[in-house]
Design a protein around this ligand. Structure first.
Ligand code: FMN
Length: 215
């Protein structure tokens, strides 16, 4: 029994984390023909003063040794129309290493970090600390240079599909209707789409909604 009631199959952590929308970034690693990189959503801002961010990278990926050995990496936050770049750096179609950089324009910093021209934001980072844990390495990065745009929509990954932040804006324009009395219900849009946590009474195709809250 989960907090949301009986379920036929036990959800795994990945099933829950699919519900957490993430901005899509391309993390660049290595130099020249040894360049590689990956598409990542496990990115967060750790500290404002001093400015630091964190990525979590698979230890078996080609990018991890490249970042560890060079001590630098790039973080490129993608625009909604850059899904093809995300696919390449996720290794879809079997594209590996430097070939992932084809079809897009890059600028190389003096430290040898590749930054994507036309990204929503591009940050050059120095590795401050690496914490190897389980299958992944948590890497704390110190920004060396930062470029950011305030226009354009972002690329988001949610429930295993790419979306544009423009869609989120359209949903917000619908307006909130209500939260249920206990404060645990779904906030709904006027179109009746579920956009909050489970528990409200309206019918919905969302599988979470089929499971009543445990008393
Ligand atoms: C939307 C999305 C987000 C991802 N986020 C991460 C991540 O945060 N960390 C990670 O190590 N891999 C992540 N991956 C998987 C890597 O992109 C993929 O394993 C990588 O490209 C493999 O590189 P390699 O073939 O060079 O080892 C993500 C994939 C996708 C499609």
């Amino acid at each position: 029994m989960s907090a949301f009631g009986a379920q036929s199959t036990k959800p795994r952590l990945a099933d829950a984390m699919r519900q957490l929308a993430g901005a899509v970034a391309v993390i660049t690693a290595g130099r020249g023909p040894a360049r590689t990189g990956y598409t990542g959503t496990a990115v967060f801002s750790l500290s404002i003063d001093p400015e630091r961010l964190v990525i979590s990278v698979g230890r078996s990926s080609s990018s991890y040794p490249a970042i560890r050995d060079s001590g630098f990496f790039g973080l490129n936050i993608l625009r909604a129309d850059q899904q093809a770049i995300a696919d390449r750096f996720a290794g879809r179609g079997g594209v590996k290493g430097e070939a992932r950089y084809a079809g897009a324009e890059w600028k190389e910093t003096p430290a040898g970090v590749c930054l994507l021209v036309g990204a929503l934001a591009a940050i050059e980072l120095r590795v401050e600390e690496i914490i190897e844990r389980h299958s992944h390495a948590i890497i704390i990065g110190e920004p060396l240079s930062i470029a950011a745009s305030s226009v354009g929509e972002g690329l988001v990954y949610w429930r295993s599909t790419y979306r544009s932040t423009a869609n989120e804006r359209a949903l917000a324009a619908d307006g909130f209707v209500a939260l249920d009395g206990a404060g645990l219900g779904l906030a709904t849009s006027q179109a009746g789409r579920a956009i909050g946590v489970p528990g409200a009474s309206e019918p919905s195709p969302d599988p979470w909604r089929a499971a009543p809250l445990a008393s």
